[in-house]
Design a protein around this ligand. Structure first.
Ligand SMILES: *Cc1c(COP(=O)(O)O)cnc(C)c1O
Length: 387
């Protein structure tokens, strides 16, 4: 055998690490090219089946393992990973909607999803219409022959209304409309979407699954192979890949997710009760409190709550006063997203985000992190002094 040149040796080393390595953390398998043992294997491997590997974009053991775990947590059978939660939403829309179709979105939908609906309407010949999130079985009247997809969010973003999911799903299914649920708030822990009738569960893994506020990822979970195949086709056509390193980090977060979630939940309820007792606050929009529209559905369908809720200030406080209070907080960062260890705060101009919004007070959303709730309350108390 010829001696290889150094240049070739740099690429083709003779060393092979011993097999049989085992450890608790899953391996991080990075690849664009995936090697086939021979041409027959290359020709017979179908990317769709996920029984073997074809190309980095279609997955490595690291991403397949995360998909399997997420499907199991949610009670589904199939899962597809996307580079962000928003990418997961867009993938579902592009998989299931075509020119001439209609999609229904709740008025309290995650705002970038609303933006996507606008784009689909303006440039893609799809009609996106927005419904009252508390409509329940009344959704039947909005369903048209061309309605193909209905988005739900439980609770809705920022204003936190909890929908009557089973009623909405029943009305949609009676007309063969597919129901997708953005289940990010409940992390698949406090609400099991499939048990309440939805066909597709979507998650922003960016939030609790990651838990570190250090990555972006999304997931789409189904329990119907044909439906998954339709979405997988869009996943492939749109080139939705995720980094195996990020997929590893999400898996690192999963074992502690329920413990973290329960702590977020307990602390958020402690803070919500504190807000409820304050004269400066007119409403606490936390699904576990009666101020929150749909509280009864939360009680019926959910087993817990996350760390995210909103409060509405008494109308005697204007935006500038509330902004001063927000700026005075020291333990709450001002920033989007949530689900990490750090508490966050975000004032919203909610009227500009909704077709219908009657409340005159300033709305502020809180993400309660993993700090000691006593310290968070002390911080709120000093900041409320700025009002
Ligand atoms: C954060 C979020 C998303 C989007 O997730 P990204 O990973 O930030 O794109 C979607 N839906 C809800 C309810 C969210 O809170």
């Amino acid at each position: 055998m010829n001696e290889k040149s150094i240049q070739t040796t740099l690429i083709h080393s003779d060393y092979v690490a011993p097999g049989g390595f085992d450890a608790f953390p899953p391996g991080i398998h990075r690849a664009s090219t995936v090697l086939f043992p021979n041409t027959a294997a290359m020709r017979s491997t179908e990317w769709r089946d996920k029984q073997a590997y074809t190309y980095g974009l279609h997955g490595t053991p690291t991403t397949f393992t995360l998909e399997g775990k997420l499907a199991e947590i949610e009670g589904g059978t199939h899962c597809l990973l996307t580079p962000s939660g928003l990418a997961a939403i867009a993938m579902v829309d592009f998989a299931l909607l075509k020119s001439g179709d209609d999609v229904l979105l709740p008025d309290n939908v995650y705002n970038p999803n609303r933006e996507l609906g606008r784009w689909l309407t303006q440039d893609f010949g799809v009609s996106a219409r927005y419904y009252d999130p508390m409509i329940g079985a009344g959704i039947a009247e909005l369903i048209q022959p061309n309605t193909k997809l209905l988005w739900t969010e439980a609770p809705g973003s920022v204003s936190m209304e909890v929908p009557d999911l089973p009623a909405v799903c029943q009305a949609a299914h009676a007309r063969d409309v597919i129901v997708a649920l953005d289940n990010t708030w409940a992390a698949g822990l406090a609400l099991r979407g499939f048990d309440h009738g939805v066909d597709i569960v979507m998650h922003a893994l960016t939030k609790y699954q990651s838990g570190g506020a250090d990555l972006l990822m999304g997931a789409v979970i189904t329990r119907d192979k044909a439906l998954n195949d339709r979405i997988a086709q869009a996943h492939m056509r749109l080139g939705m890949g995720v980094s195996p390193d990020d997929a590893y980090l999400v898996q690192r977060g999963l074992p502690t997710m329920k413990l973290r979630f329960e702590r977020h939940d307990a602390s958020a309820r402690t803070l919500a009760a504190w807000f409820k007792a304050r004269p400066e606050i007119s409403k606490v929009l936390h699904p576990a409190l009666e101020d929150c529209p749909g509280h009864a559905f939360w009680k019926r369908d959910f087993t817990g709550a996350g760390g995210l809720f909103s409060v509405v200030f008494d109308p005697r406080y204007d935006e500038a006063q509330v902004d001063r209070m927000v700026d005075a907080l020291t333990l709450f960062g001002i920033g989007y997203s949530w689900g990490g260890p750090n508490s966050l705060v975000m004032p919203y101009r909610i009227k500009s985000l909704r077709d219908k919004w009657a409340d005159p007070g300033v709305l502020v959303r809180f993400n309660v992190g993993l700090e000691d709730p006593c310290d968070l309350i002390a911080d709120l108390e000093q900041a409320f002094g700025q009002l």
